[in-house]
Design a protein around this ligand. Structure first.
Ligand code: PLP
Length: 447
């Protein structure tokens, strides 16, 4: 039962990620107690539609007994096996093989992590290793996008461009560089999609020129920038950037931690743009949030170069919980569910969500509606012509989040008045319609 003592215990002891510690002490915790399908129930017994799949991760939806059974079975049989020193477990091997089979191009080698941040960290270390053993150790500069998010580890947070992840942390490092986000709604190159692609290509070329082409190791991009505000680059943008990276001898890393596993329709979003990255990071939907796990995909060339570079020596990169058998067993069952109806349902639900949110485009507060599949955003403005954002002093994120909650809807409210959506793939038509209707109510109450 919801109790004041739980709130007090939380206030006194639990440090919350990406929160104002003092602000949280004032407002107190909202405790969730249970969940089923796309519905979460709070400690007071109120049901809410989870329009954000936890933290864009519970792609399969809540309460799948078969996932629970897969985890329980694995825990009974073999709750832990290290993948160090050439040891292993059956589910980890089978999951790596299943993922490689479905991954774009020759991304045939899978390195398991605990989540997205350490997946990004892993890419940085492996890329440094790759560039060194191929005889280019001076390639040690990394480029990513403004508004990009690549996690919260020491290295990944530096590739991340969101200000809160830098303030007072002394980041990013001198070897981490940014170029502007394509951001169609607010691009200085205007809204012409070809011009936006051309501007990004020019910006990458200029940055590489500035750093010295022989110094640049890799470029990182999310197929859709999630935490930056669900920014959808023009079609063809990723392919153009990928091709330029190949031309400039820079590795292209697709960070699919949010976009992977059906969020935008297919299993991996980069396949929609016919892009085969050199490395790809995933997490979240890989286990649908039931247990932690991430996966880094390496192309044959990257893997073989690193392998040959070390020869018989061990490559010193690993985590105790890499390739955890319980997470892998969950991953296999989640993948089975995706391919037995969930991806298909997600695609239908995604089309309905995009159409539903588009129907709000003429609302006086809505400046932009964007997204793909079950990943979407509304960008609110106080003046559509000038695209003037909601005043930050009014704390739109907190107010909109609270308003959504009071209307029985969980969404992501970004600080700059952007509403983010990432509902589970299991959503019914009625649930998608309810997300849209509740959003209309929230907008009317925000006027
Ligand atoms: N990369 C992207 C694109 C993400 O969206 C996230 C998390 O939201 C991460 C990396 C970090 O993942 P995690 O929170 O699992 O460490």
């Amino acid at each position: 039962m919801f109790s004041n003592s739980l709130i007090e215990l939380d206030r006194a002891h639990l440090v919350h990620p990406v929160a104002s510690y003092r602000g949280h002490e004032r407002t107190g915790v909202r405790v969730l107690r249970s969940a089923k399908g796309a519905t979460v129930t709070d400690a007071a017994g109120r049901e809410l539609l989870d329009g954000f799949a936890g933290l864009w991760c519970v792609n399969a939806g809540y309460g799948h007994d078969s996932i629970v059974e897969a985890a329980a079975r694995q825990m009974r049989e073999l709750p832990y096996a290290t993948a160090y020193f050439g040891l292993g477990s059956e589910p980890a091997i089978r999951l790596a093989a299943a993922l490689a089979e479905r991954a774009p191009g020759d991304l045939n080698h899978v390195y398991f992590t605990l989540g997205g941040s350490d997946a990004v960290d892993t890419t940085v270390r492996l890329i440094r290793n790759y560039q060194t053993v191929r005889g280019k150790p001076e390639k040690d500069q990394f480029i990513s996008l403004e508004q990009g998010y690549h996690g919260s580890s020491t290295v990944g947070a530096g590739l991340t461009a969101l200000p809160a992840f830098h303030a007072n942390f002394g980041l990013p490092f001198a070897w981490q560089h940014k170029i502007p986000s394509p951001y169609p709604y607010r691009n200085p190159a205007g809204s012409d999609l070809e011009a936006i692609i051309a501007a990004s290509l020019a910006a990458l070329r200029a940055k590489v020129e500035e750093l010295g082409p022989e110094r640049v190791a890799a470029f990182y991009a999310e197929p859709i920038q999630g935490s930056g505000g669900v920014i959808v680059p023009p079609r063809g943008w990723m392919k153009a950037m990928r091709d330029l990276c190949a031309e400039l001898d820079i590795l292209f890393v697709a960070d699919e931690v949010i976009t992977g596993f059906g969020r935008t329709g297919p299993l991996f979003a980069c396949t929609e743009d016919e892009v085969v990255p050199d490395l790809m990071t995933t997490a979240k939907g890989l286990t649908s949030g039931y247990v932690p796990m991430g996966a880094v995909f390496l192309s044959n060339r990257i893997y073989d170069t690193i392998a040959d570079g070390a020869g018989e020596a061990a490559i010193g990169h690993g985590y105790t919980y890499s390739a955890h058998p319980v997470s892998a067993a969950v991953g296999l069952e989640v993948l089975r569910l995706y391919e037995n109806g969930l991806l298909e349902n997600g695609r239908r639900a995604g089309t309905r969500l995009q159409a539903g949110l588009q129907s709000l485009a003429d609302h006086p507060l809505v400046g932009d509606v964007r997204g793909r599949g079950l990943l979407a955003a509304l960008e609110l403005v106080v003046d559509k012509a000038r695209k003037a954002p909601l005043p930050a002093a009014a704390d739109p994120a907190r107010r909109i989040f609270d308003r959504a909650w009071n209307n029985g809807l969980v969404i992501r409210a970004f600080g700059n008045g952007i509403l983010g959506y990432a509902p589970p793939l299991c959503c019914t038509e009625a649930e998608i319609d309810a997300i849209v209707e509740r959003t209309r109510r929230i907008l009317d109450q925000t006027l």
